[in-house]
Ligand binder design. Sequence first.
Ligand code: NAD
Length: 542
Amino acid sequence: MNNAIFNFQLPQNEAMLDYKKGSSERNQLELELQKQMGSQVEIPLIIGGKEVRTNQTGEVRMPHRHSHVLATYHKATEKEAGMAIAAALEAHNVWSNLSWTVRASILLKAAELIGGKYRAVMNAATMLGQSKNIYQAEIDAVCETIDFLKFNAYFASRIYGMQPSSAFNQLNKMEFRPLEGFVFTVSPFNFTSIASNLNMAPVMMGNTTVWKPATTSLLSNYYLMKIFMEAGLPAGVINFIPGSGALIGKTVLASPHLAGIHFTGSNETFNSLWRDVSVQLPHYISYPRLIGETGGKNFIFVHPTASCRDVAVNAYRGAFEFQGQKCSAVSRMYIPETLWPEIRTELLTICADAPMGDVTNRGNFINAVIDEGSFDNCMSYINYAKNSKEAEIIAGGKGDKTSGYFVEPTVIVTSNPRFKTMVEEIFGPILTIYIYADDKMEETVKLCNETSPYGLTGAVFSRDRVAASVMCEQLRYSAGNFYINDKPTGAIVGLQPFGGSRASGTNDKAGGEFNLIRWISPRTIKETFQPASDYRYGYMTE
Ligand code: NAD
């Protein structure tokens, strides 16, 4: 059936399960955690639907117990990157011509598998491989992954319904062609859902991809790939090639068939991809679409009328959940001096209370940072603050990488609003606070706007709604996702479309029409029923 005009209904967001002790979801998850901890998976490349082994291998370890190897994986070389491009181009013929509703049905089937049969698998792999507690894994690997899949099918149906009008004696149509070539998808470690969406958004619109996953999230990403295949994704539509980003990137960008890059990760990596594409421009068949969501230096600005308890709780969650490794995590705050004593007390009480440790101990709120590089990076910022006269560490400040990469949630108070940790993205559990004089609020809002090159997320806390509205205007370009009286993390697909501007990326708002539209190249077709029969125009024939 390829002749129906079809619309998907607006989906409901996937409901979180609560994993209370004794619940069936909790029991299944415990069993799956034991299973995954008791075995070592071998992760091959998957190219053209076939497993490929290069025997150049690496290991996937648990961040919170780094002696434990969860998986070994095969690394792609130039040869396999070339094979992945060939497979993606071959699959393009069938996939791009398939009815979009069939493509959508594969996304919906994958959502069904993740929400049901593989819920525990996806959660356990994300908990163990990326060091997320149950809550953080469930909102990412299950709920957000499912939401991206379902909402993309819905938003695609709206895009396909957009047609131009037709004037007298003519018929105008818009064909939504997938891009000509393949899409290179490069995913970060921190969200399983992002890895899924970077592939499935272009795939929904008829494209095929070469996927370079982050090494530190390989376990969950490999299971995702297998689920996509079980859901009916044809061979070659997504080609999964773990390995060195620099090596794979070089080979892939050299192909004239590169039609786009769908990237989430750091600025440095996106900038280098952009640079490499720009110098090779004449060599590509089309201008590659470059879509990238990158870093952030997200803030909370506190107005003197704010509720201190609200500020402290939301600052703690916003800064330290998943060890501050959300692109949207709060990492700088501006607090009026009149409120600081109360907020300080509230914040320090929570810091002293929240436990840190292994994800398999359910009481732990804080787990490990992703790897040794991240641990060392966090500690270098903490040591910088320890040695500075402009900063004081009031909570945390210690780290231990003996058995897992644990960095204490750390709160720095600085007298310099442009202190290094107020400006640079750290991507770890470190929050820096600048206390401002209440009568210097205007200047401080300006400072907040100008301090960092990023523009991803930000929040204001204020009981004065007019003041909040003024700050919202003043901070217009400082955040692509702006919050009033809420923490600036936890955007939900379909409710708060996500993405930032300035150095934070191209702001194509993942999980909605804005992003999906980037993966098509519309063709306009005009048909005339009465072609011109005389070359002269009316005014020439009087
Ligand atoms: P990263 O840039 O180190 O890595 C991202 C991916 O790029 C990985 O798969 C990596 O292997 C690959 N890569 C590295 N060099 C490459 C190259 N030369 N060519 C091709 N691929 C290459 O980022 P990360 O550490 O995985 O993720 C953390 C970063 O991601 C943070 O900066 C965070 O703010 C950002 N992030 C942003 C968003 C957003 O929506 N704005 C969401 C999540 C994460």
